[in-house]
Design a protein around this ligand. Structure first.
Ligand code: ADP
Ligand code: ASP
Ligand code: MG
Length: 438
């Protein structure tokens, strides 16, 4: 008997009807002779609504209490889903993150899984029950408090369960048919990808493709879990995220390619896997920094102390007359005020002139393992943006990714133009089945 871990996202369990539909799907997997463990997200936009609610009470909610509040969302969906399955005559039991043994560190809102002790889950499965686990939440042994794994974290719950239970596959059910060459809400001509390497998926997730939580991709890569991202609204196959670092990669890939070829699909490796966009970052510019050794180190030491996640960094050529330079970097908007404050406090010590804060930026990333061996990719990207009259403000590259910063209001157009220029457009528009895109 195979054990399958399934994860259902918020838009797949948005209302009672959807919960019944998902229950039916889970029961079908069970009837097919599998053991089933499910991680479930809060219904619809519940998490966002709870955050809004917290902000109506206080501008800066206490992290411990915010986690307490947000984890309530998954408690609702897990209990309803278990009830729905029970009413179909199958044994089902729901468990909170702490009951399921999701042990994390104590960082509220961004906790990391340090251990999974799925004793109770194993027991319930052995007794023939379908197990429903609340996604996105854990328990810290240090602080003895309830934690959350960060937005989108239910994917990571599912992967951690799959690894701990040695599941044969971890299925991520969502509101689109799989991983596309770009967000179908932004680029309607995006194409479904049949399989992608975990390396490429990591870069896409890191660049804003929220279809998979980045930590879920990392966890799956580290523990050799195969991910299958697919729609909860139909039975079609979605996207397999294959782990190129494991021994059975070639075997799995060949099997998949064989299956695709049987269906008449061509399976050559593309140079570009996809285009991701991200509107969640801001740019800070430190203006008038003395152009002498040690200043960048000093600035980024101050920034590092705030624990902010810095992304792109650009230092301009200094003006010959003044020997002063500007240093810009991007970071999540949520970290912006904290970093500005920290820098302001040390302004006289560092000796810069002023700070600029810009939260109207958009980031576009082009990702593909085939870039490694293809020198013309950057030129083609810049040319496509130039032709569309879109100005590039910052550039950064890795081995398999090129990222650019543009104005926020041009990034969607930029994605469509670049997608087309690299020949990624599908013949028909992608379907988005549900969700508000929030
Ligand atoms: P869930 O609630 O199921 O976790 P999410 O909203 O977190 O769903 O993720 C699914 C959404 O991710 C899609 O509706 C889509 O708008 C967005 N998305 C962004 N980039 C991509 C991509 N490359 N492929 C597919 N979906 C993407
Ligand atoms: N409900 C949480 C969120 O909206 C976790 C998740 O859905 O993955 O971020
Ligand atoms: Mg998600």
């Amino acid at each position: 008997m195979a054990l399958i871990v399934q994860k259902y996202g918020g838009s797949s369990v948005a209302d009672p009807e959807s919960i019944k539909r998902v229950a039916k799907r889970i029961v079908e997997t069970r009837k097919a002779g599998n053991e089933v463990v499910v991680a479930v997200s809060a219904m619809g936009d519940t998490t966002d609504e709870l955050i809004d609610l917290a902000h109506q009470v206080t501008p800066i909610p206490e992290p411990r209490e915010l986690d307490m509040l947000l984890t309530a969302g998954e408690r609702i969906s897990m209990a309803l889903l278990a009830m729905a399955i029970k009413s179909m005559g199958y044994d089902a039991r729901s468990f909170t993150g702490s009951q399921a043994g999701m042990i994390t560190d104590a960082r509220h809102g961004a906790a990391r899984i340090v251990d999974v002790t799925p004793g109770r889950i194993r027991e319930a499965v052995d007794e023939g029950a379908i197990v429903i686990v609340a996604g996105f939440q854990g328990f810290s042994r240090e602080s003895r408090d309830i934690t959350t794994l960060g937005r989108g974290g239910s994917d990571t719950t599912a992967v951690a369960l799959a690894a701990a239970l040695e599941a044969s596959v971890c299925e991520i059910y969502t509101d689109v048919d799989g991983v596309f060459t770009s967000d179908p809400r932004v680029v309607p001509m995006a194409k479904k990808i049949d399989y992608i390497t975990s390396e490429e998926m990591l870069e896409l997730a890191a660049s804003g493709a929220k279809v998979l939580h980045i930590r879920a991709v990392e966890y799956a890569r580290r523990h050799g879990v195969t991910l299958h991202v697919r729609s909860s609204f139909n039975n079609g196959e979605g996207t397999y995220v294959l782990n190129e670092t494991t021994d059975d990669y070639a075997e799995k890939l060949a099997a998949l390619q064989g299956r695709l070829q049987e269906r008449g699909k061509t399976v050559e490796e593309p140079i570009i896997a996809g285009v991701a966009t991200d509107l969640s970052e801001a740019k800070i510019t430190v203006v008038g920094v003395p152009d002498v050794p040690g200043k960048a180190a000093q600035i980024f030491k101050i920034v590092a102390k705030t624990n902010a996640n810095i992304d792109m960094i650009v230092q301009n050529v200094s003006a010959a007359a003044t020997s002063l330079t500007d240093i810009s970097f991007t970071l999540p908007k949520g970290d912006g005020q904290r970093v500005l404050q920290a820098l302001r406090a040390e302004q006289s010590d560092v000796g810069f002139q002023s700070l600029q804060y810009d939260d109207q930026i958009g980031k576009l990333a082009l990702v593909g393992a085939g870039m490694r061996s293809n020198a013309g990719v950057s030129a083609a990207l810049f040319d496509a943006l130039f032709t569309a009259g879109i100005n590039i403000e910052m550039i950064s590259t890795s081995e398999i990714r090129i990222s650019v910063v543009t104005r926020a209001d041009t990034v969607a157009e930029a994605a469509r133009v670049v997608h087309k220029a690299f020949g990624l457009d599908a013949e028909t528009q992608a379907v988005v089945y549900a969700g508000t895109g929030r």
